[in-house]
Design a protein around this ligand. Structure first.
Ligand code: NAD
Ligand code: UDP
Length: 330
């Protein structure tokens, strides 16, 4: 009986109230783990956790990871997803964003060391900056501006990778680094400023589609379920798999193509308007997934075409709720 109880893993998810984090918590809970969600609710929402609140094995602690965590219970695994991911969100308080990445990583690594837990860092394709090579392989060291509006995020994530590497070497902590490329899907916050949420909401509400620049910059979009599979697979790897691994989808699209797809799929009459390209906006982004395929035996299954079909209904409900709220307030 005792051994059965011990077999149940306790997994801490920092940033667990966010878009990816909440779905990761839900998946881990369904897989039979106890899940502790830590979040300061900066960009995450309590509503994302509503289905899990009160369920056996799930608990939520409101906490900012820039401060140390003191936990009494044993912890087997830690996923560090705590950090705003949308450029418009992480640029609101850039100093706090940098603290989140660096001090947050440090505090969670210390916790992992104290608990003998393995720990995974949600890093990003942003460590490649505005890449001079495409697709981006993990061996590419990137082209990042250290003093631009995106630097708080890019450099913070780069420093966090260094801390993960050094905690592994210096303190023997089992660390994993996932370099995540643009991820989307149901559960995104409608007004978080990212391109998929902006374009779908604009299209559904027949508002102008805000194309930044000429729209020829590219991104590679990963459906959230594929990403969750990759993260969980990476966490289960042996300790020597401590090097960064790209997780994403290698289908590459221009942002103008994305706008056209969304207009077509939603049947919108929105016009496309051009706004200035933000400073340091990467011109291309596409993951080289060779390492993920070889080491994790993982690859994305959901194409952008399929993923948008699965995502648009979520935003349709969000647009409907927004319309109802406006009616009530009028
Ligand atoms: P999100 O903004 O929806 O979620 C981030 C979560 O972290 C939120 O719940 C937020 O409240 C929480 N958080 C932020 N700062 C915190 C702090 N100091 N202390 C505690 N909690 C804090 O973003 P997401 O899309 O779910 O991304 C999750 C993680 O994945 C992030 O670390 C992000 O950098 C990384 N990532 C995401 C993408 C993507 O396309 N979604 C791409 C690359 C990397
Ligand atoms: N973008 C756009 N219109 C929008 C939001 C974003 O054209 O309303 C562009 C943005 O300039 C970038 C790409 O879409 O080239 C992806 O932006 P996002 O903020 O989603 O993520 P990023 O990959 O830049 O972190």
């Amino acid at each position: 009986m005792t051994s059965r109880i011990q077999l149940k893993k306790t997994i801490l998810v920092a940033g667990g109230a966010g878009f990816i984090g909440a779905q990761l918590c839900s998946r881990l809970l369904s897989n039979g783990a106890n899940v502790i969600c830590i979040d300061n609710l900066q960009t995450g929402r309590a509503a994302n956790l509503a289905d899990m609140m009160g369920k056996t094995g799930f608990s939520f602690i409101k906490h900012d990871v820039i401060h140390p965590l003191i936990m009494s219970q044993p912890i087997d695994e830690i996923y560090n997803l705590a950090c705003p991911a949308s450029p418009s969100m992480y640029q609101i308080d850039p100093v706090h964003t940098l603290k989140t990445s660096v001090l947050g990583a440090l505090n969670l690594l210390r916790l992992a060391r104290n608990k003998g837990a393995r720990i995974l860092q949600a890093s990003t394709s942003e460590v490649y900056g505005d890449p001079q090579f495409s697709p981006q392989a993990e061996s590419y060291h990137g082209n990042v501006n250290p003093v631009g509006p995106r630097s708080c995020y890019d450099e913070g994530k780069r420093a966090a990778e260094t801390l993960f590497r050094d905690y592994g070497v210096q303190h023997g902590v089992t660390t994993k680094i996932a370099r995540i490329f643009n991820t989307y899907g149901p559960g995104m916050t409608a007004n978080d400023g990212r391109v998929v949420s902006n374009f779908i909401m604009q299209a559904l509400q027949d508002r102008p589609i805000t194309l930044y620049g000429n729209g020829l910059q590219t991104r590679s979009f990963c459906f959230v379920n594929d990403l969750l599979d990759g993260l969980i697979r990476l966490m289960s790897m042996p300790p020597d798999v401590s090097f960064p691994i790209n997780l994403g989808n290698d289908g590459e699209f221009t942002i103008a193509e994305l706008a056209d797809m969304i207009i077509r799929k939603t049947g919108s009459v929105s016009e496309i308007i051009q706004l200035p390209l933000p400073i340091d906006d990467p011109r291309q982004r596409c993951p080289d997934l060779s390492l993920a395929r070889k080491v994790l035996n993982w690859q994305p299954k959901v194409s952008l075409d399929q993923g948008l079909d699965l995502t648009i209904p979520w935003f349709r409900r969000a647009a409907l709720m927004e319309a109802r709220a406006i009616e009530v307030l009028a």
